[in-house]
Design a protein around this ligand. Structure first.
Ligand SMILES: [Cu+2]
Length: 147
């Protein structure tokens, strides 16, 4: 079985919404397509359905060298990305990662990814709790993340 076939099989077995142990519901995860070798972004909704704050501090993916949590800031009239050490989600809060704002940065791609393919990503909180998700590669929309 090829890696692509395995990814497609995995997609069939994973529901669109993943309810993790810690009460973090992750939905509508997607990544704009990018030229081979370029870093990619990850967008999604994060809903903390639990009683306690969830503080995400890290991420990882088998398809990328490393994963960072980024935000966008205005710097002398130019939008720039900045790495966040942590992303806190209060109980009941929905945080949206979307183009032009908060996003995951998927750095050092290990293989080309075509439209419709999926990326396994795991978010990790400060207590070491892991929140797996699957991001679908979709067409790039405006506003663009650039790279
Ligand atoms: Cu970024």
């Amino acid at each position: 079985m090829t890696r692509i076939q395995m990814l497609l099989l995995a997609l069939l077995l994973i529901p669109a919404v993943t309810l993790a142990e810690g009460g973090l519901v992750i939905s509508d995860a997607w990544s704009p397509e990018a030229p081979p070798g370029r870093m990619m972004a990850g967008f999604m909704e994060l809903h903390n359905t639990g009683e306690d704050a969830i503080v995400l501090v890290d991420g990882e993916s088998p398809l990328f060298g490393h994963v960072e949590i980024h935000t966008m800031i205005m710097d002398e009239g130019v939008m720039r990305m900045r790495r966040l050490d942590e992303l806190a989600i209060a109980p009941g809060e929905v945080v949206k990662l979307r183009p032009g704002g908060l996003h995951l940065m998927l750095i050092d791609p290990q293989q080309p990814l075509a439209l419709g393919e999926t990326i396994d990503i795991t978010l990790i909180d400060e207590q070491g709790e892991r929140y797996p998700l699957v991001s679908e590669v979709r067409e790039r929309t405006r506003p663009s993340m650039g790279d």
